[in-house]
Design a protein around this ligand. Sequence first.
Ligand code: SF4
Length: 450
Amino acid sequence: MPAPRVALVSLGCKVNQNELEAIQHLFQAAGYEVVPFPDKADVYVVHTCTVTHISDRKSRQLIRRAIRANPEAIVAVTGCYAQVAPGEVLNIPGVDVVVGTRERHRLVELVEQAREKGALVNAVRAHVAGEAFEELPLVEVSRARAFLKIQEGCEEFCTYCIVPYARGPLRSRAPAAILAEVRRLIAAGYLEIVLTGVHTGAYGRNLPGEVDLAGLLRQLVQVPGLRRLRISSIDPLDFTPALKEVLTGEEVICPHFHIPLQSGDDHILARMGRRYTGSYYVDLVASLRNRRPRAAFTSDVMVGFPGETEAQFANTLQLVREAALAGIHVFPYSPRRGTPAAAMPDQVPPEVKKDRERRLLQLGRYLARQYAREFLNETLAVLAERPLPGQPGVYEGYTGNYLRVAFPATGDWTGKIVNVRLETLKGGLIWGKLEKDVKGEQENGFTRRK
Ligand code: SF4
């Protein structure tokens, strides 16, 4: 009897991708063979996103592709879109199992239940206060970096954001479980661990006792053999003095801070429900930069929030320049049903959003090049990730401060930290040369000046 086949696909953020890897692991552990999506399979899993109306549409498209790929198969839909709009998903003919952002650990059982009963299984459950963190197996996907989810949910309710409705209240993983996982990953040979979450900076707020991100990091940096610890994103208001201390004082913590700004205009920030000002943000970056002068600061910025005028957008451009951000993700505002901002008057026309997105991306690329140029003709430690696609004999990887670097190298370097002399910048990629003779490795620090 051949093993049943499963094909899985996800949309959206790093947390969603990590969860899909964990779900894949659940099926493999149950004897399923994993095939690429949308190859012919007995089970399809579509892990959805709902952060914009486009994500909803893409989620529905993937669901229909799965159904067409094998009408006999069990089609299971999970994730944020299924959580906030279960009715829409249940109404798609051919869907068999619907699970939101809870109960994913039961997915194999629910799929087999649907097959046995030949009936639709709706396992979407509302989030409840005090809900526990759902443990999903961590799976090593890349041989270079491991993504470790430490936190789930958000209670900020920024007026444009659907995430709190999709992912529910704050839930933090127990520090002991995280420490055990980090030790296991180091033993497995990982040199870099990326801590992820939905509102990572709020880690520990739902746990008893004095548990917070700063305290957790203090414990993690003590773990022997940990070479690099990266934090996926921290919101501006989550930077306590203790957190600043550990982020800027511990060499093992990567000098790369992703701090979502969203807008550089105080009036728009207030309407977004983000309780800080532009000058607070600039001061925060300056205070961190003061202690770690060459760290990279990257951000998320939204354009076209309801009511955003050209002058307010100009404030965002100005602030991004002032903070000298080394990289920005730009998000055109997308009305999400049920969020306060969706009901706000003076929605910005799509063509205006498009134009502002283009101008902000342009500024972002310019600033990223400026930042990268600072490191040319220096030698930095690079974690080699993989052979550069389409370039035989060339590897690519990231420095501690998140510069993407390519360098000629033969042999298998994946997962190794090497010293690379950075030479040229071409199209967002720095080209360099492997330096084998450099004594010792420049770890997350910066190079010796020639
Ligand atoms: S902090 Fe705001 S933007 Fe981020 S997930 Fe929470 S509600 Fe959404």
